[in-house]
Design a protein around this ligand. Sequence first.
Ligand code: HPA
Length: 284
Amino acid sequence: MSAAPDDLFDRIQAAASAVRGKTKIVPQVGLILGSGLGAYADKLSGADTIDYGDIPGFPRSHVVGHAGKLVLGERHGVRCVAMQGRVHMYEGHSAQTVSFPARVLITLGAKVIIVTNAAGGLNPQWSPGTLMLIRDHIDMLRDHALRGPNDERLGPRFPDMTKAYAPELRKLVKDVAAAENIHLEEGVYVAMPGPTYETPAEVQMLQRLGADATGMSTVPEVVVARHMGARTIGISCITNQAAGISGHELSHAEVTETATRVRATFERLLDAILAGLLARGELA
Ligand code: HPA
């Protein structure tokens, strides 16, 4: 037996133990809440809330607003662990650091990870406020969550990504959205490094590559979820048309305004997904 290639496994265990020391809730679903959606965590009942600062190894966001909290509680009979606030690679973190919390959620028990984000729409037909179920992704980030030694206790060296976004769960999301009368598109998410928004030329390139939405997050978390054998659901809120499509300049204010405008619908969709996961026995 060779020694562990690095201490990632131990750091994940230490973070998970710290969380277990503060809550009795063993989560079934992990929620990674993107820009403008963090408030969903406040809906969890019987919740225990833990500051990221009290979890060893958890990266802290330097972006204005919440420093970040982990909220564990129940929603529609499903035990959830929600990340209120996440860090991005453009803040200076490696892909391994950005994806560390997702590994902890899975270690705590989450079998399904639901990742949400704000994204720019590449499909010119989609107006801001459209919700998009992620069918697949393209990774244009300049670091990879699995770069470095592989620890077989976490997962294989070369994980398969054919079904990165579980087909049966995508069907479930489409079914519950239709039942709830929520308009939902489906498409390919491309992760770009940021923090600049894309140039119009880059937007044309991404369109030709087959992407429908562009953002600066999500891929590292989905990669580690696949590495560890958890299933993922990804949903983007198209907060703006990507650069050059509408002609007007992009701003973070537009992104947060749109995310806030569709928050109620997005939350209704998350509720329906949780209820659907339970009803279809996907958490058994
Ligand atoms: N590009 C990249 N990331 C984003 C965008 C965008 O247009 N909107 C929200 N996040």
